[in-house]
Design a protein around this ligand. Structure first.
Ligand code: ATP
Ligand code: ZN
Length: 322
């Protein structure tokens, strides 16, 4: 796999990382100053400007065009999912630290008065909250597997879905590319190992072509998920050794630590077994997904082509807006 960056000769990309000294505002501060992102007081939780959203919208259309020939079934879920489904998915085994749960007040009037007294006194009021049957979606594909399995066996040609969702991960950071709530566009393939691996191959090629058409430098690398704890390190090694996950990286915060803007994951039969998702012949389905980080690609464009969208290279503007 190609793991060196090909910096477009005319992009000036090499120079944009020369401002690493603390003397200039950080990339995040410049995004705030330009109004592209809006502060909320919480790291990783931001508002987005109309200009920022115009790029996200254009990326969505570009991704739709790239996938159009496959006729994926479009499905949209809200940015939350069923807690029982979440528990069954196994997410808590790998990423207990990233999960976000929805809690609500379920008390009576007397407890309401206690709650307000706590808020007034600036004491912890959250003890009055109880876990609901809803958790925040950690990746756009998580609500899909139980819904697809509930339909019964897949057709002979397998399944292909087009998803988009805000996703939550409890990973506060000052790197603008690591948000706590961000959007992931995904295509998910279900079927035989051959079908899902062919899907992943084709998106490795199409995703690379897409990023090149945006005049961004990229490298594809083997990757692993940030599994929790000591047992997690074994899972991560395993994932790498079996080439289950690839990332398309673009330098955004620094050249040394590039940012995964697209991910290509082969889950083998993990979700098929978990959800009893079956192929037409009754055998357990394999699954794979390609995820596009919509904010991350937008931030990569802003970093490489500047904070003024009107001044972006014509070729990039044409790719995005025709
Ligand atoms: P990382 O390794 O940087 O934590 P990841 O590989 O774990 O990211 P995935 O779980 O594969 O990310 O998610 C799919 C895509 O969602 C990523 O390729 C990335 O573009 C985007 N993404 C993941 N985490 C974040 C985040 N905290 N903020 C913004 N985008 C994110
Ligand atoms: Zn996925």
């Amino acid at each position: 796999m190609d793991s060196t960056f090909s910096l477009p000769a005319d992009s000036g990309a090499a120079e944009i990382f020369d401002d690493a000294s603390g003397a200039v505002p950080s990339f995040l501060d410049r995004l705030f100053d330009q109004g592209l992102l809006v502060r909320t007081g919480i790291d990783g939780l931001y508002g987005r400007s109309g200009a920022f959203e115009s790029v996200v919208d254009a990326l969505e259309r570009l991704i739709s065009r790239l996938g159009a020939t496959d006729s994926a079934e479009v499905m949209r879920f809200p940015p939350a999912m069923s807690r029982p489904a979440f528990e069954r998915s196994g997410y808590l085994k790998g990423f207990p630290n990233l999960a976000g749960t929805v809690h609500s007040f379920c008390g009576n009037e007397a407890e309401h008065a206690e709650l307000l007294a706590c808020v007034e006194a600036r004491n912890d009021w959250t003890g009055h909250q109880q876990a609901t049957d809803i958790v925040l979606t950690p990746a756009a594909c998580y609500p899909l597997y139980p819904a697809a399995a509930a339909r019964g066996r897949l057709p002979a040609e397998g399944g292909l879905f087009d998803l988009q969702s805000y996703c939550f991960r409890r990973e506060p950071s000052l790197e603008p590319t690591r948000m706590q709530l961000f959007r992931m566009r995904e295509f998910v393939r279900m079927g035989s190992p051959e079908q899902v691996l062919a899907f992943r191959e084709s998106w490795l090629a199409r995703g690379s072509e897409m990023i090149r058409s945006l005049a961004l430098p990229l490298a594809i690398d083997v990757a692993n998920d940030p599994f929790f704890g000591r047992a997690g390190r074994m899972l991560a090694n395993n994932q790498r050794q079996q080439n289950l996950k690839f990332e398309l990286n673009v330098p955004v915060n620094s050249v040394e630590k590039p940012t995964a803007c697209l991910s290509f994951n082969y889950h083998q039969d993990h979700f098929g077994t978990t959800w009893d998702l079956r192929q037409a012949d009754g055998s357990v389905a394999h699954t794979a997904c390609v995820g596009f980080g919509l904010e991350r690609i937008t931030l990569a464009l802003l970093r490489h082509h500047g904070l003024d969208l009107a001044a972006w290279p014509d070729s990039v503007r044409t790719t995005l807006w025709g």
